[in-house]
Structures are given as C-alpha cells and as structure tokens.
Design a binder for this molecule. Sequence first.
Ligand SMILES: Cc1cc2nc3c(=O)[nH]c(=O)nc-3n(C[C@H](O)[C@H](O)[C@H](O)COP(=O)(O)O)c2cc1C
Length: 338
Amino acid sequence: MKIADTEIRHGLFLAPLAGVSDRPFRHLARRYGAEYTTSEMVSAKALCYEQNSKRPVTDARVRTAPLAAVMRNEAPMAVQLFGAEPAFMARAAQLLESGAYRGACGEIPPAAIDVNMGCPMAKIVGNGEGAALMKDPALAAEIVRAMSRAVRLPVTVKIRAGWDEQSINAVEMAKRLEDAGAGMICVHGRTRKQMYAPSADWEIIRRVKEAVSIPVVGNGDIFCAADALRMQKETGCDGVMIARGAQGNPWIFAEIRSAMEGLPYTPPTLRERLEVALEHAAMIVAEKGERVGIAESRKHMAWYLHGVRGAAAARGELMKCESLGQIRAIFADLEAQK
Ligand SMILES: Cc1cc2nc3c(=O)[nH]c(=O)nc-3n(C[C@H](O)[C@H](O)[C@H](O)COP(=O)(O)O)c2cc1C
C-alpha cells in the first residue's frame, strides 16, 4: 500500500501510544520490521501557543515541539495531532510541514500528519477532542479539509468504530473524511465507551474498507502473526496497526512479515530479549536523563519479561530499580537462573 509517495510494502504500522511510543520505542519497532511509525499524540493548540512563548527553547517547559520531531531511524513516521479547532489543526500542520517552528529538533519532515479521533480519555473528550469527534462528523470533516488545504503532506485519520454501541458510525465518518481529503484511515474496532476491552470488532473495519477507496488500516487486538493475517483476511484491510502487541515485543513486526512471506520465524532468545530491553532503557536514559529515564523504563522492562517463566520476582525488583546498572544486575540474575 501507499500513503502519497510513501510505500508500505507489508502494511506494518506501529500505533501511536501516548507515554509509550516515544523515539526509542519507535526506533526499535522500525529496526525489527515496523514499516511506518506514528508519534505520540501532540496537542495542536499547545504547539501553536508554544510559538508565542517567551521561554528559551531549552526550557524544560517547552515540551510539545520535541514530541513532533522525526529522526531518520524511525521514518517514515507520521506526527499525530489532537484538537477540535480547524484553524489550530491547520496551523499546527503547517508548522510541522515547514519544520520552521520553535523547538523543532527533527532531522526530516513527517511522512504525514495524522489526526486523533480515537482518544477516549475524559480530559480529551471533555474538550471535544479525540473520540468526541466521532459524535460530530461535520466538524471532523471540517478539520481534515482545513488541514488538507493548508499542507501538501498527506493528512491521515485514526478513528474508532463510533462513540458508543448506539452510534456506530465509522463508515459514515470514513466517507466524509475521504471526501474532505484524508489520505488514509485507520480504524480501531472499538467504541469510545469500550475503551480497550472487550475484543475489537473487525467487521466494522471490513465495512469501512468496502466503503472508501483510500487505504484502510485495521487496528485492535493484534498480538501475533496469526492475528494479523486473520485481520487482513477477514477485513481486506490494506495494512495492520499494532499498539499493545508491540510493548516489550518489537519483534512482532518481524514475526508478521515472516508469516506474510511464508518464511520461518525464530523468536529472540532470552539473552537477545534482555539485551534489547537494556538497550531500550539506555536509549530512554540518554534522551530523558537517569531519574526520568529509569522511571519510564520500568514498565517497558516488565513488558519485555512477559511470558518469561519465573520472571515475577525480577519484575518486582525492576519496579524499584534506580539505575541502568541495577537493571543489568536483575537481568544477569534472571539469566543465571535459567
Ligand atoms: C497507553 C496507550 C496510549 C495510547 N495513545 C494513543 C495516542 O496517543 N493516539 C492514538 O490515536 N491512540 C492511542 N492509543 C490507542 C492505540 O493506538 C490503539 O488504537 C489501541 O491500543 C488498540 O490497539 P491494540 O489492540 O493493538 O492495542 C493508546 C493506547 C494505549 C494503551
């Protein structure tokens, strides 16, 4: 499949994950087979307001622009914006396309600007943003139209099945967004009310795919290669987007790619897993400093141990660790027990 000029051969997308899919995570996903990544969601309004701030760009409170930076080793990558006001969304998209904004620190421009129409968090939907836009297809379309007119980059959208079970409207939304200029739609097969459970409804992805002619990417509950192949088969989607299934398991993309090509797949050994986990923590620390970096690394380290027999005690230790050295020691103990 293609999004404008960007070819995505196997249709393997890393999902946006606020607080998780930061630069180190995206880099590792890309290294192990993701063909396209997306930033954590970025507030369009905050990016615009930050331009008027008097603070020096090195000030720790200038937080938004760095979230939108794109490095070569994670590209092609979309930057995802959230917001409900067409003018702010269009202005933020222009800033991202130009690369000429306060705090810009990326190496290359984004491959696309994605719009978040799926975030279920109360503080977001309370402002009419994220999944709240599923309740207002006219405004959703106005946002995409304003952005598409403002930039040459493709504008893509991530939607849910609907707001709640009484208002499943992904098909209507997708048609209106296509009309408004969207270059790709990703469908998370759940309503806002369902948040992240029960299991995603893939039938709605199939219906969207049937209804529009732009590429459709399916999302929800892909945790292994078999899930990805089944989603493709059942929905006809052009690509698959993986979120939680990539946590602690960037290799999921290589696994899916092997299955798509009919090739055997050898999962990483425990040693490889622990080495990459430690490398991941080191990258986070290099970006964010030791105190914040180690705190943020803990959840990732625990995810890397998912399914490792006898890892419960190590996970407990990881939650208390304060340095890379301690993580290394915990992993060495774990390996020694095997
Ligand atoms: C911790 C977390 C953060 C998320 N952040 C975002 C986000 O910033 N933007 C977005 O569009 N979706 C976000 N999502 C939703 C995921 O991208 C994805 O749609 C959802 O988890 C379903 O996919 P999965 O079953 O593969 O996890 C987030 C989900 C989780 C669990």
